[in-house]
Ligand binder design. Structure first.
Ligand code: ADP
Length: 735
């Protein structure tokens, strides 16, 4: 069961209990001993119907009011929206309705009091009292007089006539007299008839008088008798042998009037006794109506305030829902007038918000997809940029470096990592050249040029292309693309020299053999003359010719060796690559110099477990031998002669390094650029082919060779060669 259902059930139980209590109250009120004493069943019915209606209405309103007030209290306690407004409305309605209700109550109270007083006026009360006294006096005086007469007559004190005491009584003024025995039966009845003013002895008696019958006692003591249809007031004298009753005649309608007066007096006094009870009942009825009015006004105030607070509460609830992002929420509360418009507007607003939210969600989703796509493209671009050998720089409109790829560092060296401007990166001369290109690119979009950049220790030949990112007035920056042409230029020069070497070798070799043969022939001719003992005609000339032919022969041989070397360079054999141990090659190269390195400290640091390389061992050994030979020659004039040879695996795991460092005279920056060209040599009899051939051999091995300054002095040659088999590295997982 949900908490809401449980709450409803609790309320129902509470309401049931309340109804039971109120029913008990109705029952109690209904069974009250009301002061009304209705005599007809219709009156009883009306009385009960009216009281039931009042009590029922009171109960219904009371129940509704109690429930509403309790709910109001609970709402106020729970700080529900609208509870304060409802409370204010109810209090205001009560205050406003109390004024007329209380006025009406006071007015009604006065009215009822005055009306009730008119019902029982004071003169009427006096008249009633006096009537009662008169009746009592009348009864008492008649009774006393007649009883006295009866006593006198029965005692014989007045006996003018001795016929009977009853007759005597007639004589003395009574209208009738009769004697009764002890059991009350009439013994003698005398009824006199006389005209007024007649003497008692003129009384006539009836021969057959009727039987007297006592009707009742009068207030004050008189007795009322009926004799032959005529009413009498009587007094009596009691003796041992019976009773004498002496009576006087009363008017014919006396009894009827007496009864009527007596009844009215009794009714009046009874009603007067219940005066307060009537008043109380009327006030009770008015109180009930007053309360009813109060309840009605309160209930109406609640009803009115609910018309406002229920929609407001629903709107507040709706606002909360909208705040949590539920735009499908609709306010269902029934509202009237302007509030209905407000609820309708709120629902429309929520619907529009929901629609906007959906559009924003769609837009955000699309935007996210676009951003993801852009990010993917950016990564691809970044990967391309990072992996191409071309250096890419992005500059702002003032030429300050914003970003650069890793190729820039490879091309320009470590200074590229910290360089903020073109001057920092490539020096003033080259930077001026690039700035010129930037200006041109503003006019033409893009501009290219080949530049020579002087870097510490070397000269960089670069093809630089500058593109502007926008028109001159709103240009956000430039992109500079740098291609390192140094190796290409070297290769071009090398191949040009190869061709030159081929031609020279060919051109020189052809006349060389006849020259050498002629010189040898001249020499042999002179030797034969000398052996035959023939005295030369001109000994000086002969001696000169002999010396010259020997010199020509020697130089021709040297020239031939040079030409051979040239032609070897030109017809360089293709390297046959096999899996080779680099350390073994280095060791065998060093072996050649065993015993010839006097005064040179040779240090070797060969890395153990070096991966095998694909190499032509003979050619590679020639390269190492050439490097060691050059180093030894460079150190000839040095005070400290130290040669360091090292092998090491590359940091990327795909290459191995050989380093040959010496403490010789070193190489100037401008010489470094020409070092690997065939013609370059600083030695008197150097061919300049050693490093050129070494460069070609390393290129055949898909490796690189470069020269750096050794610290503190000398030169260091570094060869990088790819390993035979790159160990398989696990690819990064898809996730
Ligand atoms: P060669 O030895 O016939 O001159 P190389 O090509 O071997 O031809 O060398 C070219 C030039 O490079 C040399 O003349 C020398 O000036 C320079 N060189 C080579 N190795 C060194 C070195 N270790 N130290 C200084 N200069 C060197």
């Amino acid at each position: 069961m949900s908490p809401r259902n449980r709450k409803t059930q609790l309320w129902l139980i509470f309401g049931g209990l309340l109804i039971a209590l109120l029913l008990a109250a109705v029952f109690t009120l209904g069974s009250l001993d009301l002061p009304f004493q209705p005599r007809q069943w219709t009156e009883v019915l009306i009385l009960y119907a009216v009281s039931t209606f009042i009590v029922s209405a009171l109960l219904v309103f009371g129940l509704v009011l109690a429930r509403t007030v309790l709910r109001l209290w609970a709402e106020r306690h729970a700080h529900q929206p609208g509870a304060r407004f409802k409370t204010k409305m109810v209090l205001a309605a009560m205050a406003i309705s109390l004024l007329p209700v209380v006025t009406m109550f006071i007015f009604t109270y006065g009215l009822v009091s005055r009306t009730m007083e008119r019902w029982f006026p004071r003169p009427l009360e006096i008249a009633v009292d006096e009537s009662q006294k008169l009746l009592a006096d009348f009864g008492r005086t008649q009774h006393e007089r007649l009883s006295q007469l009866a006593e006198q007559v029965s005692m014989g004190e007045v006996s003018k006539n001795s016929r009977s005491p009853a007759y005597a009584a007639l004589i003395y003024g009574a209208d009738a007299a009769w004697r009764l025995d002890v059991a009350g039966n009439p013994l003698e009845v005398q009824v006199g008839t006389r005209s007024s003013g007649t003497a008692p002895d003129a009384v006539q008696t009836m021969d057959h008088p009727p039987v007297p019958r006592m009707i009742r006692m009068l207030p004050g003591g008189g007795e009322l008798w009926n004799l032959g249809g005529v009413n009498y007031v009587a007094g009596r004298a009691v003796r041992n042998d019976g009773t004498l009753v002496v009576a006087r005649r009363l008017p014919a309608d006396f009894f009827q009037r007496f009864t009527s007066v007596e009844t009215e007096m009794r009714t009046y006094s009874l009603q007067h006794q219940q005066y307060r009870v009537y008043k109380g009942q009327i006030y009770l009825v008015f109180s009930l109506f007053t309360l009813l009015l109060l309840f009605a006004s309160t209930w109406f105030a609640l009803f009115l305030s609910k018309q406002v607070t229920v929609p407001i509460q629903a709107l507040a609830e709706g606002t909360r829902e909208v705040m949590t992002g539920n735009f499908d929420y609709r306010v269902e509360a029934q509202a009237q007038d302007e509030l209905a418009t407000l609820v309708r507007s709120f629902n429309q607003m929520t619907a529009q918000l929901g629609e906007s939210r959906r559009q924003i969600d769609d837009f955000t989703r699309n935007l996210q997809l676009a951003v993801q796509e852009l990010e993917r493209r950016r990564k691809v671009m970044e990967a391309i940029q990072e992996n191409i050998p071309t250096g890419v720089l992005s500059l702002d409109d003032n030429g300050a470096i914003l970003r650069s790829n890793s190729a820039v560092t490879k091309i320009f060296g470590e200074r590229a990592r910290t360089a903020q401007s073109l001057v920092d990166l490539m020096g003033e001369d080259a930077a001026r050249g690039v700035q010129h290109l930037m200006r041109r690119s503003l006019r033409m979009g893009a501009a290219s040029k080949e530049l020579e950049v002087e870097l510490p220790g070397r000269v960089l030949h670069a093809a630089v292309t500058v593109s502007s990112l926008g028109p001159r007035r709103s240009n956000p920056g430039f992109v500079v693309v740098v291609d390192d042409l140094t190796d290409l230029l070297h290769a071009q020069k090398a191949s040009a020299w190869q061709e030159v070497a081929q031609r020279i070798a060919h051109e020189i070799k052809n006349p060389l053999t006849p020259i050498q043969l002629s010189a040898e022939r001249l020499g042999r001719h002179l030797e034969r003359q000398h052996a035959a003992g023939t005295k030369p005609a001109d000994p000086d000339l002969t001696h000169l010719v002999g010396e010259c032919s020997a010199l020509i022969g020697r130089e021709a041989t040297a020239l031939k060796a040079l030409v051979d070397e040239f032609s070897q360079f030109a017809r360089f054999p293709t390297a046959r690559l096999v899996s080779t141990d680099l350390n073994a090659i280095v060791t065998s190269a060093l072996d050649i110099f065993a015993g010839q390195m006097d005064g040179v400290t040779v240090r070797t640091a060969l890395a153990p477990n070096l991966p095998a390389i694909k190499a032509d061992p003979e050619l590679l050994r020639r390269v190492v031998v050439n490097l060691i030979d050059n180093a030894a020659e460079a150190m000839e004039g040095s005070a400290v002669r130290a040669l360091a040879i090292a092998t090491a695996p590359g940091t990327d795991g795909e290459t191995v390094h050989i380093e040959v460092a010496d403490s010789g005279h070193g190489i100037s920056p401008e010489d470094k650029d020409k070092l690997f060209l065939p013609h370059f040599s600083t030695k008197d009899r150097g061919t300049g082919l050693g490093l050129a051939i070494s460069g070609r051999i390393i290129a055949e091995h898909h490796g690189t060779i470069r020269v750096e300054d050794n610290t503190p002095v000398g030169a260091r040659f570094v060869i990088e060669l790819p390993v035979a088999e790159v160990p398989a590295t696990p690819l990064p997982s898809e996730s």
